[in-house]
Design a protein around this ligand. Structure first.
Ligand SMILES: [Ca+2]
Length: 188
């Protein structure tokens, strides 16, 4: 079956992960994206990851991650060693989607993934904005559906999050945290 073409835009601003001090490098995007951030994509469709001052009406820089057509994804991510889970994540973001159906859909996301010392994934917290996404929470996946399309500041206390919503994650094993700006389109 043909899938209606679609695109999505996802714009984050000033991502911060604090354990007493800031752990992310270039979380405010004031330097070029390769500083601190790793770009990857699925290879199919049109991908964009840019930084600029114009996406949010202030003089500071933001990043912009874009994926057009399905299936595919564009990702800007950063993984850092953490000295424990007494972490506070905060970010400003504006999510946008266009098109989609129950069988193929866009879902701009911010993924926060928890890893052990050997880089094995333990679990994930996923903020996402999508009309049709059919993801289901599990003991290792905490879903946070965003319905506000406007610029919003999001905050996450990671110790509380793991205790309350990720019973499958052993907090003592968390040694690294990845923050990913993930523009995703499913199916097709
Ligand atoms: Ca700006």
């Amino acid at each position: 079956m043909m899938c209606f073409k679609k695109c999505l835009i996802f714009i984050p601003l000033a991502v911060s992960l604090v354990f007493g001090q800031e752990l992310l490098i270039n979380g405010n995007f004031e330097q070029e994206l390769p500083v601190g951030w790793t770009y990857t994509d699925s290879g199919y469709g049109t991908h964009r990851a840019l930084r600029g001052t114009e996406y949010q009406p202030d003089p500071d820089y933001e990043a912009w991650v874009y994926q057009y057509d399905n299936p595919g994804w564009t990702k800007l991510s950063q993984i850092v060693d953490v000295p424990g889970i007494a972490l506070n994540l905060s970010f400003w973001a504006k999510f946008n989607e266009s098109g989609g159906s129950s069988t193929c859909w866009p879902a701009p996301s911010v993924r926060v993934r928890y890893y052990d010392i050997n880089n094995a994934p333990l679990g994930e917290t996923r903020y996402y904005y999508s009309t049709y996404a059919d993801w289901v929470s599990s003991p290792t996946l905490s879903l946070r559906r965003v319905t506000n399309p406007n610029w919003t500041r999001y905050e996450l206390n990671i110790a509380d999050e793991i205790a309350a919503n990720l019973p499958g994650v052993n907090p003592d094993e968390v040694a690294k945290v990845e923050v990913a700006l993930w523009a995703y389109t499913s199916g097709g």
